[in-house]
Design a protein around this ligand. Sequence first.
Ligand SMILES: [Zn+2]
Length: 291
Amino acid sequence: MKLFLIVLSFIAVFLLSTGTELDAQNSLRIESLPGVVKQGEVCLIKVSGPDSLKAIDGEFRGERFPLALGEQNGIYEGLIGIDMSTPPATYEVKVTARDGDGQVYSGHLSLKVEKVDFGTEELSLPSHLVDLDEKTLERVRKEAKQLQTLFQGFREERLWRGAFIRPVEGELSDTFGLSRIINGKQSSPHTGVDLKGEEGTPVLASNSGMVVLVDELFFTGKSVILDHGWGLYSMYFHLSEALVKKGERVDTGTTLGRVGSTGRSTGPHLHWGVKLNGARVDPLSLLRLGM
Ligand SMILES: [Zn+2]
């Protein structure tokens, strides 16, 4: 009995460490990249099955995510976002599909989410950018609501294709997830990365998508937001100018605007943020997917 349990736990550890599970009954093989995911990361779900699969859908933490054939023949791909505050635990990813004859396939994968210590940063800013008057507060609330409504949209069509790119070459000045103390008071966490760049440096689209916002907002200054489909959005903040219009389709590498220091900013840089189905994720994790 004891030996049996040891063998069983060895198999379980093996399956977890590879991030792969094969469900013998239904022939859908599911793999995650990375195999073990961290808080604030994007995870690529790869599914192998018959190439005749029609409707194929995934489910993670009670939310649906779509999959479709990727660049590699016969592999279906989907993205899930692990919000920075998702409790570390092992979660089940379920995939169900149907072929042309109406036959149902399904499979599942245990996905371990690990805790991350994002660190803390203390900042000093001019008080008029922190202690806001009633009129500014009203503007800030209205803009927050505008963004919230925008991110609730879900485009069924996938507009992104292949690898994601860095929008400017510059080094990181502020990492993702930093807990921030501004003028001695706890503030909201840093939900993107700050990339160094000289004023005027072109800011490139990290993948193809649709421009869904071009606006000047109190905190984020001149801002451009792209909808890449499937609930994936990328944000480009503090621009000196925007060079695209709302409703425009862009390709990977299209110049969206220029690096600046508009909004609540202490110097020229690009704040690059990504949201995936409401999850706040590190944009750099998109670059590591290797698609
Ligand atoms: Zn930032």
